[in-house]
Design a protein around this ligand. Structure first.
Ligand SMILES: NC(=O)c1ccc[n+]([C@@H]2O[C@H](COP(=O)([O-])OP(=O)(O)OC[C@H]3O[C@@H](n4cnc5c(N)ncnc54)[C@H](O)[C@@H]3O)[C@@H](O)[C@H]2O)c1
Length: 96
């Protein structure tokens, strides 16, 4: 089974990426620490979307990590994992 790591997975773009790839049969690991609520206050909270993804997709796994902690992120990946970073301040798509 193909695996995808999505950073910023509870956000607007990241959560759509999760939705799409889970529907395609990929196993998706999402990293998000709700930093958006720190930036914007309670109105920016993305926990509802995180829970919605968990309720909707059996192939989705949430990881409560800060993307800036490189080693924690690397431990989420193995040799065959694709990566799609969509957290704030980064908006590119990469494949490893
Ligand atoms: N939304 C758009 O129309 C649009 C258009 C062009 C580019 N972009 C870019 O795409 C990226 C994502 O946009 P978006 O609208 O999905 O943003 P968003 O704020 O909805 O989602 C970003 C997510 O990243 C998480 N996050 C932030 N910092 C984190 C950290 N250090 N560790 C873990 N998680 C963290 C937040 O909690 C949030 O859930 C941004 O860089 C944005 O500038 C967005």
């Amino acid at each position: 089974m193909k695996k995808l790591l999505v950073t910023g997975s509870s956000g607007l773009i990241g959560s759509e990426v999760v939705d799409y790839f889970c529907q395609q049969g990929w196993e998706v690991y999402g990293i998000d620490n709700n930093m958006r609520a720190d930036f914007f206050g309670p109105g920016g909270d993305t926990r509802w979307r995180q829970q919605n993804l968990l309720d909707t997709h059996k192939l989705f796994h949430h990881q409560e990590l800060d993307i800036r902690h490189r080693q924690d992120v690397l431990t989420c990946m193995d040799g065959g994992t694709h990566c799609c970073p969509t957290q704030s301040r980064l908006g590119s798509v990469s494949t490893f």
